[in-house]
Write a protein that binds this ligand. Structure first.
Ligand SMILES: Nc1ncnc2c1ncn2[C@@H]1O[C@H](COP(=O)(O)OP(=O)(O)OP(=O)(O)O)[C@@H](O)[C@H]1O
Length: 321
């Protein structure tokens, strides 16, 4: 099936239903339910060893499920972060991929150039592939993946190993390129901010299970479980009369004691870490233990007043010590 056959097709480009995947005798993915809609970007986040690469390999048809159902419309293309390039020009490398995918010779050059442009790598077309920086090489790989116009593009850690500026630029350019190309994509990333920058939906993979699958807005407001919330950075804990609040640094604020309200919390500053702007302050009190982002000039040992301005609420308290 080709992309043309998909026009007007309402269903997902790929779906997994109750899929289990084994590696050797170990089950590394359990009960995975996932549908990827045409044009959608699904970002997969999870700690090391959670099964992210295994999920990509399953979607790519490399690792068949041991049980469950899996369906795919058309073809998938996988872009590995450290795959090699042929010792030819950048454009020739993209054209090679197109040839391999059966694209007629007369179409290859225009499609290669368009894909390179999409990744802001048009100026690299005539460069030898061996003479690229890490960030440039990554763009060429991604252009190659987009040029073949797969029904589903699979990206495994596209930003790994880039310096912070190259990382930020590529995140932005990839988000734009994916929107313009309209290709359905599943991307594994390590950093939460990349997930938020790219995703239509985010899947959180914990210990081989899809512990959450939701839009960035939904996940930010209401992570489904404590485990997911903690993984997403809601690591501060506040004991409430009716449950537990898990909080990110920005969900709590230090307020001047004179402004104290009845719901505010008393705490003591335990640690102060400078950052480029402001400070991260570790506070602990009778009912809270958390990091708070602040511009206030506080020192370890000081008593402070903490206000709750966000966070995720859970009914059953399970404070860890
Ligand atoms: N070839 C293999 N044979 C057996 N077990 C494997 C193999 N590759 C991975 N595993 C195991 O499967 C589990 C999932 O690995 P996977 O590489 O999918 O995780 P990941 O989330 O991509 O991790 P990372 O973030 O470290 O890349 C891990 O426990 C890993 O040890």
């Amino acid at each position: 099936m080709t992309a043309a056959d998909l026009a007007g097709w309402p269903g997902p480009v790929a779906h997994l239903a109750d899929v289990e995947v084994r590696r050797g005798r170990r089950t590394v993915l359990h009960g995975i339910d996932l549908e990827i809609a045409a044009g959608e970007t699904v970002v997969v986040l999870g700690p090391n060893g959670a099964g992210k690469s295994t999920l990509l390999q399953t979607l790519g048809g490399i690792l068949p499920p041991a049980s469950g159902r899996m369906g795919m419309v058309g073809r998938s293309a996988t872009v590995l972060q450290d795959a090699g390039l042929a010792r030819r020009s950048v454009r020739a490398n993209v054209e090679l991929a197109l040839a391999w995918w059966g694209v007629p010779r007369r179409e290859r050059r225009a499609r290669a150039d368009a894909a390179l442009e999409l990744l802001r790598a048009g100026h690299l077309a005539r460069r030898p592939a061996g003479a690229l920086s890490g960030g440039e090489r990554r763009r060429v790989h991604l252009a190659r993946g987009l040029a073949v116009r797969p029904e589903l593009l699979l990206l495994d850690e596209p930003f790994a190993g880039l310096d912070p500026d190259a990382h930020d630029r590529l995140t932005l350019d990839l988000a734009t390129a994916l929107r313009e190309a309209g290709t359905a994509v599943v991307v594994v990333v390590h950093e939460r901010r990349d997930a938020w920058a790219l995703a239509d939906r985010i899947g959180v993979l914990l210990d081989g299970r899809l512990a959450a699958l939701a839009t960035p807005d939904e996940l930010e407001v209401a992570p489904p479980t404590e485990e997911v919330a903690r993984f997403l950075g809601f690591t501060g804990e506040v004991r409430l009369p009716d449950g537990l609040l898990l909080a990110r640094e920005i969900d709590l604020a230090l307020v001047p004691p004179a402004d104290r309200r009845p719901d505010d919390l008393d705490a003591r500053v335990e640690q102060v870490l400078r950052r480029e702007h402001g400070r991260r302050v570790r506070v602990a009190g009778e009912s809270c233990s958390a990091w708070v982002e602040t511009t206030a000039d506080v020192a370890a040992g000081e008593q402070v007043v903490v206000r709750i301005v966000g966070g995720a609420r859970f009914p059953t308290p399970t404070i860890r010590t």
